[in-house]
Design a protein around this ligand. Sequence first.
Ligand SMILES: [Fe+2]
Ligand SMILES: [Fe+2]
Length: 535
Amino acid sequence: MSDQPIPPQAERAQTTGSAVELLQQARAHERAGAMTEAVQCYQAAIDRADQDGQRGVLAEALRRLGVVHHHRDQPVLARGLCQRSFQAATEIGDVVLAAEALNALAGFDFEGGLIEAAREKFYQALELGGASPELRGRTEQNLGILANIQGGLIEALTHYQRSLEAFESAGDERGCAIAYHNLGMVSADRDLWDDADRYFRLSFEIAQRIGDIHLQGLGLLNHSEVHIARQRYDQARQNAETALGIFDQLGPKLDKADAYKVIGRVYRETGRHALAESRLRSAIDLAVSTGSILSEAEADREMALLYQSMGRNQEALRLLNAAHRLFGRLDARVDLVDVSTKVGRLEETYLAVVRDWGQSIESSDSYTFGHCERVAGYAVALAGELGLDEQQRTTIRIGAYLHDLGKVRIPHEILNKPGGLTPEEFRVIKMHPVWGLELLATVEFPWDIKPIIRWHHEKHDGSGYPDRLRGEEIPINAQIICIVDVFDALTTTRSYRPAMSRGEAFLKMEESRGWWRPDVYQAFLRSVNRVAEAA
Ligand SMILES: [Fe+2]
Ligand SMILES: [Fe+2]
């Protein structure tokens, strides 16, 4: 889904006069992309308007030239021109032009990361120029976008609704279509599917009536998100393919990437894996070619979900790591996106894939079903008892799911052997921490779980494996997994013995307390009882 709300379009009525002609020429050049000529004409319009005392035209030309310079990465020049525009408009008491200048300055603040300053100026612009419905429509829309990227969905909804009312009273149909579209997006984000359906339909009808093809394509594509949520897969795919056809004609690669992503999701949800993979691959390639971090990260995440559903967990994690790195580079202001919500959703996906993978390891060892999930539960409780922070708790949870990953390489008959193991068989078992690390060699995690995997069988008294570390050499995360791993092994049925009661397990562990750091051992006893009470 293209998550960006559509920014407003700058249009304003003209007056007459020679400075006006220059201004019109400048705008024509700008629309045609002839920026050097546009800058010259704006400058000439400014000079002429200044001579002739046409303050209104002066204010307008100053602002427009300011915006051009802003797009040409000349922020100081841009700001200076818009401030002069504000002064010129204020001198003649043209509140609408003054508000337009404020609106432009607020936009610069916003893109420069000065969110509060931007909000303040948008409100000032509303107060000054609110009588002009066009200006009100665009300013409310900007405030909506601002709220949206900060996760304030209800606030965004209110602003978009106000912008809709303003565009309606201005008779601006395109403005209305954009407002309906943005209302559809926010409603979908809030899972208000009926509303979203209705808004997207209204937006599309208007876009069709006024012949705005691009807006039709965006509307179809984003509406397909609602179709997917409601499992109307055929409708979703038809919409996205029509949108793709439109974008093919118009040529914006980024929109095409989003269309491929939606089509890929439909194929994934309907179990057509090969088609899903090829469409999502196109989405990723297109996103990479446009340099859009957001689009690439989202496409990576969708592909990871496909790999997860195919049991290709290693590949899924590799993509999720890539997406995680990309999200770290996202800039909410530039990408118009609520980054924290997106990162939260990505981390949820991450945990789901890791949990899946952990469970698939268990399936080769019929006696350990649910082991990883329980170890994760005990370990996170123990980490909390030891006062470890959120980041460390997440590391421990993921490490818990994957700590025995290397067991997939242990032959089934050794893993499930009833009775004692020969020394040779035990030597094979002791390889699993090293094999686990080998399996993860190509996966770069945002959380450092490798010490857990390698050292979760190391013991404080130096009697563990594979590296015979002792004391403080063993990282705390590995000690935590070690102790709860032993506890879960003792309290569940194994191929070689029945489950012990908790009391028996505690006695058994008391005999071996030299295996763990004393504070870890004590904290374990406190926390495990709490987990028992909660269970
Ligand atoms: Fe293990
Ligand atoms: Fe284990």
